[in-house]
Design a protein around this ligand. Structure first.
Ligand SMILES: C[S@@+](CC[C@H](N)C(=O)[O-])C[C@H]1O[C@@H](n2cnc3c(N)ncnc32)[C@H](O)[C@@H]1O
Length: 429
């Protein structure tokens, strides 16, 4: 397929998303299923263009004067990828499957468009209903934070200390031009292609042998701040597919006991194979069983309980731009109540003197500091420890600058160049 055919396909997919309210991943899958001629490379290029358009949807719409799929794709080419109107016209002209070349009005918009006078939510490409919350979190810098959240995410990996160190991983992935990440001592970053696609790192021998795991640098840092120690009893309460479980396991160097739990058994399923590949031998996966408290024997025993809580994922919008436009106020309310439940489930597991580390990949105070404050009011036996101190103790003094006034750490694409993460460290008396 030609670049023009990719643009036409991206317009078709964005039309399906708008008309059928389909999630982007589903719309892309449906598009591919009915067009077998498109190979995997074509599908990846189309997806990349669709996601570029979605990441910057409101600022493109403002500049193009339209939020129609065609305007979004032209705008993604022009403003995200820096393709000139002339180049676009030349590539569309005469191609078999191609959108109409840009009209005079479209060319003028692409050449002259500016975001001057646009409100913060348009400049920052986030939903208008979240403006107040973004203002509470970031004040006058909310548009810049939003803009950083609308960039493409890098492809980050974590070197698994159970299998080797970062130098070994860098060596193993030197053909992908992997480089060390700036903040995590375990992190590697693999460059993307100019149209935003990453190499298939999961097929690399280094991944198949467990030397590296795909994990955003912010997620790595959250796990490092939690600082599971060798010999400790550690519970990862909301383990999901185990991204942070595996990071905690590596910190424990095979000593002590790690327990992974999730209320949704399907999410835990991949962890069994992932742990084997990563060489983790001190992990018990406690799958949920209807009507049973599968963690009952751990009450008052854990040195560390990690609550990597379910959240709106506002911090990961770079990877999932579809989610930011699909998010509704009702979903935020549900997540807040789930966060309170997860914290209440974690509290009795922590032993006297033990830590409860609360993590979200959200940037909204409702899900972060407000949940911690409400928990501390319900559970006076816990108090908050400055996360900067925990970071320094974990050998990460450079993270102290990301501390917020409450003592938690807040990472974001703009602040730390990572996905957005909130980390609060609580200690039980
Ligand atoms: C942010 S995801 C976890 C991601 C995972 N820790 C990782 O690093 O890959 C949150 C998880 O919490 C789970 N969850 C929600 N409420 C829970 C609860 N009360 N107890 C345990 N798990 C819960 C969800 O099923 C979901 O898998």
């Amino acid at each position: 397929m030609t670049p023009a055919a990719h643009a036409l396909a991206a317009i078709e997919v964005l039309t399906a998303i708008a008309e059928r309210r389909s999630p982007a991943a589903q719309a892309l899958k449906d598009w591919g299923a009915s067009r077998r001629f498109a190979g995997s490379g074509d599908r990846a290029r189309i997806a990349s263009l669709v996601y570029d358009a979605l990441r910057s949807r409101s600022s493109i719409a403002w500049r193009m004067g339209s939020d129609e799929p065609r305007a979004l794709v032209l705008g993604a080419l022009a403003f995200v990828r820096g393709v000139s109107a002339e180049e676009i016209a030349a590539s569309f002209a005469g191609a078999a499957h191609a959108p109409e070349p840009p009209s005079e009005a479209e060319r003028a918009a692409m050449a002259a468009a500016s975001l001057g006078g646009a409100p913060a939510h348009v400049r920052g490409d986030y939903p208008e209903w979240l403006d107040e919350r973004f203002a509470a979190a970031f004040g006058d810098e909310r548009a810049e934070e939003g803009t950083a959240l609308a960039q493409r995410a890098p492809l980050d990996l974590r070197a698994n200390a159970l299998k080797g160190d970062r130098d070994k991983a860098l060596q193993a992935l030197s053909h992908l031009r992997a480089e060390a990440t700036p903040l995590s001592p375990l992190g590697l970053r693999v460059p993307l292609t100019s149209d935003g696609r990453g190499p298939p790192v999961q097929a690399e021998p280094a991944h198949l042998k467990g030397l590296v795991e795909v994990q955003d640098e912010g997620s790595q840092l959250a796990a490092l701040i939690a600082a599971a120690g060798p010999g400790e009893q550690v519970v990862d309460l909301c383990a999901g597919a185990g991204g942070k479980t595996l990071a905690l396991a590596a910190q424990m160097e095979g000593r002590g006991q790690l327990y992974a739990h999730d209320s949704d058994i399907r999410r835990l399923a991949p962890l069994h194979d992932r742990a084997t590949r990563a060489g983790v031998h001190n992990l018990q996966i406690r799958s949920p069983r209807r009507g049973a408290d599968v963690l009952a024997d751990l009450h008052d025993r854990a040195d560390l309980v990690l609550v990597d809580a379910p959240c709106t994922g506002t911090g990961t919008w770079r990877r999932n731009p579809d989610a930011k436009w699909r998010m509704r106020p009702g979903a935020l309310e549900i997540r807040m109540s789930e966060q309170d439940q997860a914290l209440d489930a974690a509290a009795p597991l922590v032993k006297s003197g033990g830590r409860l580390v609360y993590v979200t990949c959200s940037l909204l105070a409702d899900e972060n500091g407000h949940r911690v404050a409400a928990f501390l009011a319900r559970r006076p036996e816990f108090s908050q420890v400055p996360a900067a101190e925990a970071a320094i103790a974990a050998g990460l003094p450079s993270l102290a600058r990301f501390a917020d006034p409450s003592g938690a750490i807040l990472l974001s694409p703009r602040r730390s160049g990572t996905d957005g993460f909130f980390v609060a460290v609580l200690r039980r008396a």
